[in-house]
Design a protein around this ligand. Structure first.
Ligand SMILES: [Zn+2]
Length: 72
């Protein structure tokens, strides 16, 4: 499944090695709202990955969605 991306580190250093879910609508953002426009002044380039997501914001959004589903 191509729903995870890893920042390669040619943008701001703080994003290097972060693994996020990509947004389900396929727009140019991660699930947690970071830009995927490959701008080296912000998040930089990325690649698809099968590694585990290490972004706590993405994980919190997934947990939140699961909690909604229980009450649907
Ligand atoms: Zn994220």
């Amino acid at each position: 499944m191509k729903n995870k991306i890893k920042f390669l580190g040619n943008g701001d250093e703080m994003f290097k090695g972060e693994i996020h879910f990509s947004a389900p609508s396929g727009n140019d953002y991660t699930l947690c709202g970071l830009t995927l426009d490959m701008d080296t002044k912000t998040c930089g380039d990325f690649e698809n990955t099968s590694e585990k997501v290490n972004c706590t914001k993405c994980q919190e959004i997934v947990d939140y969605c699961k909690s909604i589903r229980k009450t649907w």
